[in-house]
Every structure is written in structure tokens, then in C-alpha cells.
Design a protein around this ligand. Sequence first.
Ligand SMILES: [Zn+2]
Length: 283
Amino acid sequence: MKILLPVILTLIGIVVIINTFATLIGKFQAPSKITKHFSPSPRPTPTSTPRPLTFAEMNALYGPCVFLPTLFYHHIQSPEAAKQNKQTALTIDTDFFRNQMKYLKEKGYHTVSMNDLTSFFDNGIPISSGSILLTFDDAYADFASDAVPILREFGFKATLFVPTGLVNNPGYLTWDTISSLMPGGDILFANHTWSHHNLLAAENVIEKEISTADTQLAEKGLNSPKVFAYPYGLSSAPAETFLTKLGYKLAFTTVPGSTLCKKLRFDLPRVRIGNADLSAYGF
Ligand SMILES: [Zn+2]
């Protein structure tokens, strides 16, 4: 009995607590028939439309900065070839491309190299006004057949971003063709991952993609200085960390813009060029 009494008292206590809760829950139970009240949605606080930062503001935040339009292209081929290959969305008609390069030349624009940009960032060596960078993504076969002869006609330097695992595949450059384009040193063949993988991936994938391409390019004496372009333009913090570790100097996105800043050297903007006169892009 002496042992049972505290047990009984405890049990009574538990029952009382359960009952109290049941009553409380009952009070707050929703009525069986719910009348919905549609209150007007909260009015958004008016905010000013975000405006792009001025050069001076960017320079103060991320500088030193330089105004250096970095044009980017994919396919350069005839409209017939583009249609046949189902690549019209990524193609600039070869004749149109020639007109664009001619226009740049006539307007007094000149190309600089990736070394010039790193020298500006690291040593403050100025880049003259009228400078541009020309970049081509994905190492398509038409880069050699259609783009390079025109670039050389006008004496323009360029960077080709190569997904190294796609080289020698149908529609892409071969390593032999890449070697044949090396003399002259006017084209930098740079890292665009191994399989053109998006780098919002797991860290081990990011590292494998970047380092495999890095090794393959280095074995062939390419990618010096070390420059990178993110597939699909998608940068990521782990990718930036890894690129820094491997000694990369610059990395390009597809974010539109022409102000290139030292503190954003792994998130550089570019200007995507389509089948329109370059005057439409402010040149
Ligand atoms: Zn690409």
C-alpha cells in the first residue's frame, strides 16, 4: 500500500493533465465548417528599381576596375550550316561576323590579351581606351574554319574556352587543329571544364572537371596564363576557391557588363553578341 499510493497519485496527476490539455485543444479546434477569410494580400513596400552601379561606385567597392568589353561568341558559321546543324540560336553568320570585326577595326577598337588584364589587376599597368577582349566558348570546329581566318585578317587576338573532354568529338575541334592554331600566339586556349559540366555541382565534381581540363591543357602547352570560363556562365564559391588554389588568374561568367574589377576577377562579366550590328551594343 505504501508503495502503491505514490503510483496512484502520479496516475491521477497524469489523467488530470491529459484532461486539461484535451479541454484546451477542444477550445482551439477549428469549427467543422470553415469560413475562409480572404484578407487582401499584404501590400509590398515600394522599393526603388535597382539600378546598375556606376563605374565610380564599382571602383570604390571592387576596384581597381577597368572598362573592357569582353565579347563572347559560340558558333561562327553560314546560316545554312547553322540550320542544318540545328545551331541557329548560338550562331553568328560568318559574313555578319566579318562585318562586326571590320566595324571594330574601323572604329579604332583593338584587342588586348588576358595577360594585359592580369597585369592591370596585379601591377596597375593601364589598359588604353578602345580595348576589347574577344572570347569564344566551347571549341566548336567552326572556330578554326570560320572565325580564325577573319580574326587574323583584322589582327585580333582571342581566347577560346575549351571543354577538353569534348575535343575530337564530331562538331568540335581536334587536338591537331588546336596545335595548328598555336603558332602566332594570338589565340589563348583556356579552361572551360572537362565535360562542360555546370559548376553548381558537388565539390568533388567541380574539382575533377576543372583539374582534368587544367592538366590536359597544360600537357599540350596551353592555358597560360590560367583563365577560366564557367559553363552556362554559372559561377560558384567552391569553384572560385579551387581555381584560386590552382593558380587561376581570371574567370568569366555570362553576366552582362563591361566593367571588370580586381575583387571580382573570378566573376567577370561579358557581352553576348548576336546577329546585330555592334552599334546596337554601344560600340
Ligand atoms: Zn560553354
